[in-house]
Design a protein around this ligand. Structure first.
Ligand code: SF4
Length: 191
């Protein structure tokens, strides 16, 4: 078993990225958690942009997420919009100011520098290996996958060439199938 070896590499990478993210965020007066929330909201779909989904994805407490959201809202980086059908639910939308800040900070500078050096085929290999590790970890521990919509078992291709979610029974726009979802379940494993 190479679990120690894999763990040590992942841990070192995480630590380097955490430090870099702390520095990138500090330039805009933001803590890493605040950047993480903004980043999550930039890659999740409309069924996953709620405070509850943010809490699940980041594994933080409700109180921490709620304070973070208040701060981001106060800085004009996101806004809360009440759900059209259920007034108890709020959706979190990144503002143009938030999107522009994210563009400048994520991926972080040291990460971009490394990727510029790596050839395309190496980057593809790394993505595949990391994806295998992440999915194995999630599935082995029965955790939510939060993966992209186009890999979900509920995603159906319609006869007209569009997409439909068989869970929420709603059509999906082409750009939505690249986003991640809290209801996601893989096609092959059903886990
Ligand atoms: S198809 Fe799956 S991933 Fe896509 S919106 Fe529906 S439940 Fe979410």
């Amino acid at each position: 078993m190479k679990s120690n070896d894999i763990y040590n590499h992942v841990e070192r990478l995480s630590e380097l990225l955490r430090v870099d993210s702390r520095q990138a965020g500090a330039a805009y007066g933001l803590q890493p958690i605040q950047l993480e929330v903004l980043h999550y909201l930039s890659i999740c779909n409309r069924y996953s942009d709620t405070p509850k989904a943010v809490t699940e994805y980041l594994g933080q407490t409700k109180g921490t997420v709620s304070q973070t959201l208040m701060l981001l809202e106060g800085k004009g980086l996101l806004s809360k919009i009440t759900d059209e059908y259920d007034k108890r639910v709020s959706h979190l939308k990144i503002s143009p100011k938030g999107a522009s800040l994210l563009q400048k900070t994520i991926p972080s500078p040291i990460f971009i520098k490394a990727c510029e050096i790596l050839p395309d085929n190496k980057q593809t290999e790394i993505v595949a290996a990391l994806k295998t590790l992440l999915l194995t970890l999630l599935q082995a521990n029965s955790m939510k996958t939060f993966d992209m919509c186009h890999t979900c078992r509920y995603n159906i291709k319609t006869e007209e060439g569009g997409y439909f979610c068989d869970l929420v029974k709603q059509p999906l726009a082409d750009n939505e199938i690249e986003l991640i979802c809290r209801e996601h379940e893989f096609k092959n494993t059903g886990s």
